[in-house]
Design a protein around this ligand. Structure first.
Ligand code: UGA
Length: 431
């Protein structure tokens, strides 16, 4: 078993650190945020992710997982140093590599012996080479970069860490790549070896492809509405072809989260900088932006003015089972509702504390879906939490002042809604 340092305790870093400790490695997580490190040392996870807090505290008790703000302490005698800091979006859509650069500079100060730098962060193609040459300009200690992109999904991150489809290892230095394979062997996940730049590209190409699938089915949904077809049946029928597959063909209010919106734009920018026009991906981004407002437009069309209307919003996070509000479609929709003069009462099982930090103050929060629905003139279903989609339509009808439901995730059967007496609008179906 190896001694590993993981720099950055966001989603990727924390889940990686905890999973590596769980399979037996000795891991020290490093973060510059003192508050966060204190919280982690006490066994508390700063993010909501099923099972994470239990596994974190278990491995702290086992003395396999440590947390510190000190690079020196964390990296001492480490066999490998994982970089898992954020690469947010610059105003122009390119990836902001400020945190990655800061890590390299800090490491150059403390490294004593030859080491392997494993990049988990999603970084533009060529970044690992750049990190290596920056490092070489700052220290004589040899450092071998390995690109090891992460494919976990929020909400199922731990499950994904132990049951991933593949572990991609991009390396231009044989022994460094082999070390990363050895570290990952206990997971029993297929390993795919390639060069550094291809590994970096795999991550962007995969995310952009999934985003493309979503925008594609959303456009098919928009067309289904106009031509009298049902997008759910279309997706089922398409998905039976194994070359297409049914997953990521759920039409709705567009993709959100911390990855697809940022990574698609970063890839478009990478192409631009390389002198290549990646028009298809430009369209994917544009379709997604427009798709977010489709449901709001349906409401405006049906209700006319929204001024003074009580609107219930069910679900805020960008997808279920996470408290993450980054790029959630709910943000754009609520902004439009408020601008149109509606009174919004929102409920989300987990994301409300995070939502309160971002959403306008003029919003009410309810303690349950039922409370949000009470006396509402219309409701928007924006995130398909089990807790929300298991609400019986009969209850929804009873609670609302006028039972009009705008469903951004196609959670209910339009025929059943009609039978129960709910005016129901969804995406890509004949409601
Ligand atoms: C995504 C990828 O799925 C992961 O493989 C990747 O590791 C991760 O980004 C990352 O780069 O770190 P994540 O952002 O957690 O994971 O969320 P997804 O489950 O992919 O969902 C993204 C968005 O697409 C959500 O807003 C979801 O509601 C939407 N979506 C997804 C649809 O609208 N339709 C679908 O059929 C599937």
């Amino acid at each position: 078993m190896k001694k590993i340092a993981v720099i950055g305790t966001g989603y990727v870093g924390l889940v990686t650190g905890v999973a590596l400790a769980e399979v037996g490695h000795t891991v020290t997580c490093i973060d510059i945020d003192e508050e966060k490190v204190k919280q982690l040392q006490a066994g508390h996870s700063p993010i909501y992710e099923a099972g994470l807090e239990d596994m974190l505290s278990k491995n702290i008790s086992n003395k396999r997982l440590f947390n510190t703000t000190s690079y020196e302490e964390g990296c001492r005698n480490a066999d490998a140093i994982y970089v898992a800091v954020g690469t947010p979006e610059n105003a122009d859509g390119t990836a902001d590599l400020r945190f990655v650069e800061a890590v390299v500079r800090e490491l150059a100060e403390v490294l004593q012996e030859e080491t392997v730098l494993v990049t988990k962060s999603t970084v533009p193609v060529g970044t690992n080479d750049w990190m290596q040459s920056l490092m070489a300009s700052l220290t004589d200690v040899p450092v071998h970069a390995v690109s090891n992109p992460e494919f976990l999904k929020e909400g199922t991150a731990l499950k994904d860490a132990f049951n991933g489809d593949r572990i991609v290892i991009g390396s231009d230095h044989g022994p460094a790549g082999e070390l990363v394979e050895e570290i990952n062997r206990p997971f029993g996940i297929p390993v795919y070896h390639t060069d550094i730049r291809s590994a970096e590209m795999i991550k962007y190409a995969a995310n952009a492809f999934l985003a493309t699938k979503i925008s594609y089915i959303n456009e098919i949904a928009n067309l289904c509405e106009l031509l009298g077809a049902n997008v759910e049946d279309v997706a089922d029928g398409m998905g039976m072809d194994p070359r297409i597959g049914r997953s990521f063909l759920n039409a709705g209010i567009g993709y959100g989260g911390s990855c697809f919106p940022k990574d698609t734009k970063a890839l478009v920018n990478m192409a631009d900088q390389a002198g290549h026009n990646f028009g298809i991906l430009d369209e994917v981004v544009l379709v997604n932006r427009k798709q977010r407002l489709k449901l709001f437009e349906k409401a405006k069309h049906r209700l006319g003015s929204l001024k003074g209307k009580n609107i219930a919003v069910l679900g805020l996070s960008f997808k279920p089972n996470t408290d993450d509000m980054r790029e959630a479609a709910s943000l754009a929709i609520i902004e439009e509702l408020i601008l149109a003069g509606a009174t919004v009462t929102a409920f989300d099982p987990i994301a409300m504390p995070n939502a309160k930090d971002i959403l306008p103050e003029a919003i009410y929060y309810a303690d349950s879906s039922n409370e949000a629905l009470q006396h509402a003139d219309a409701a928007f279903l924006l995130t398909e939490w089990d807790e929300i989609t298991s609400l019986p339509l009969t209850d929804i009808k009873q609670l609302m002042a006028s039972p009009i439901l705008f469903d951004g995730r196609n959670c209910y059967d339009p025929d059943e809604a009609e039978r129960i007496g709910i005016e129901y609008y969804s995406i890509g179906r004949q409601d």
